[in-house]
Design a protein around this ligand. Structure first.
Ligand code: NAD
Length: 451
């Protein structure tokens, strides 16, 4: 898969004697468009350009936002259980710390690469700005398939990665959190490694930790809860009865599993879900509780046996006829090649960057409402922020307070985005970016450019 991405991004070589300058220019435009469709950082920059045009953003600030503040690439040597040495590559990127310390998850995946992390860090900046959290945008990743490591290898990898990035993280600098294939245990190892280096317990260095060491109640389900609050607010606005909706969820991890479970409990019909191995479909609805138990025993959906469920691929799941489609796996899932075949009324982006700018244009023309990632899945960073302030104060809230404050912040952000989209006749994504970028631009202007 990584090879395919690299191939897509490979420079096209033009036999110059055979083609004209105009043809070269056309080819360059095509090449740039392929990049925007396949490279998440190019996609993030395109999204900035679209909004910059709309709001007449100062060209200097536009360029500033299209760069990341710093990217750290580290080598992580690990002694494997069999005595061999393996070296993994890791990243930590700060897109912007203009509004506060960096904030963003760490993902473990064999497909991770630097431009993906840069894009994810950029989207974190906009997400925090949109929600008015006093935080910037960051992201990290390690190029590894954690399922191929023993628990000891995974712990050594996490601790060495933490040691390698230790100078760029910290409660006042950049606070990591879970993302794809990372969870509370990995956050606990990061917190412990960081604390051991500093000589005292510093729980505020990461969020998404286990509750016993300074984690917050409600953090594990936060992104799913946030998706639900935003979806409910949208349904109220456009007079849709959520309970009667047929729902499809791509991705069955923290985000996909939680939103599927929450909506199932609210009485919605979840007709399809998928993990990395493919998905299950049943028109009359799936038993989500049973599938979550299966997943939690370390099983894949492809191996689940039920004669009433049909096995489908990750490509097919996106085009099933439904009311609400929730991509909650990885980026670049809805592209110009499948956007015409998407068969739903609402797309609620659980994943970061699941829809490319070209696909956005097609979906807009087709009247499909897209609730953008920086709003829809912001519940995770919001409760991470609550965890961070609880750690600073050493005073912990109960679940009611967490969920109430989460709902307040997300519904307010939704109302702002929805009203602006109506006022300016733009999509929810453009409206969300307009709000986020204007706040950031103001912060940059107030701070000025050093020196
Ligand atoms: P996770 O590791 O818990 O789950 C990921 C799910 O996607 C799994 O079911 C996995 O099998 C599936 N998947 C992985 N690679 C895939 C592929 N190539 N094709 C199809 N399916 C694939 O991760 P998560 O925390 O649920 O994150 C999912 C998405 O949500 C990511 O885009 C992440 O950045 C975003 N997100 C996560 C949080 C959070 O709090 N965890 C918050 C906001 C956004």
């Amino acid at each position: 898969m990584l090879e395919d991405k690299k191939k897509d991004q490979a420079k096209i070589v033009y036999p110059e004697a055979l083609i004209t300058t105009d043809q070269i220019e056309v080819s360059r435009i095509v090449e740039k468009e392929i990049l925007i469709e396949t490279n998440p950082f190019e996609m993030a920059k395109k999204q900035i350009d679209i909004v910059a045009e709309k709001i007449g953003l100062d060209p200097n600030i536009r360029e500033y936002l299209k760069r990341v503040e710093r990217s750290l690439i580290v080598s992580i040597p690990i002694m494997m259980d069999n005595g061999s040495l393996k070296i993994f590559e890791g990243y930590r990127v700060h897109h912007s710390t203009v509004r506060g310390p960096g904030k963003g998850g760490i993902r473990y995946s064999p497909d991770v690469y630097l431009d993906e992390i840069k894009a994810l860090a950029t989207w974190m900046t906009f997400k925090c700005s949109l929600l008015n959290l006093p935080l910037g945008g960051a992201k990290g990743g390690v190029c590894v398939d954690p399922r191929k490591l023993s628990e000891g290898e995974l712990e050594r990898l996490t601790r060495r990665y933490t040691a390698e990035i230790i100078n760029v993280i910290g409660p006042d600098i950049d606070i990591p959190a879970p993302d794809i294939n990372t969870g509370p245990q990995i956050m606990a190892w990061i917190m412990d490694t960081y604390s051991m280096h500093k000589g005292r317990a510093i729980p505020g260095v990461v969020t998404g930790k286990p509750i016993e060491i300074g984690g917050s109640v409600g953090r594990e389900t936060a992104t799913g809860m946030g998706l639900f609050y935003v979806l409910e607010a949208l349904c109220n606005k456009i007079n849709i009865d959520l309970k009667t909706q047929n729902i499809v969820v791509q991705g069955f991890g923290n985000v996909g599993g939680n939103i599927a479970n929450i909506l199932h409990e609210k009485g919605c019909n979840i007709i399809a879900v998928s993990d990395i191995t493919g998905g299950l479909y049943a028109k009359s609805g799936l038993n989500i509780k049973e599938l979550l138990e299966w997943r939690d025993r370390n099983n894949y959906l492809k191996d689940f046996q039920n004669k009433n469920y049909k096995f489908i691929t990750n490509e097919d799941i996106l085009t099933i006829k439904c009311d609400i489609l929730i991509p909650a796996a990885i980026e670049n899932q809805i592209t110009q090649s499948n956007a015409y075949n998407i068969n739903c009324k609402i797309i609620l982006e659980g994943a970061n960057g699941p829809t490319t700018p070209k696909a956005d244009g097609i979906l807009k023309k087709r009247g499909i409402i897209v609730v953008p990632d920086i709003l829809a899945n912001a519940g995770g960073v919001c409760v991470s922020y609550f965890e961070y302030i609880q750690d600073i104060h050493s005073y912990f809230w109960n679940l009611n307070r967490i969920n109430q404050e989460l709902e307040n912040i997300l519904v307010e952000a939704f109302e702002d985005v929805y009203s602006l989209s109506k006022e300016k006749f733009v999509t929810l994504r453009t409206a969300a970016y307009m709000i986020a970028i204007l706040k950031l631009a103001k912060a940059i202007e107030l701070r000025g450019i050093f020196p």
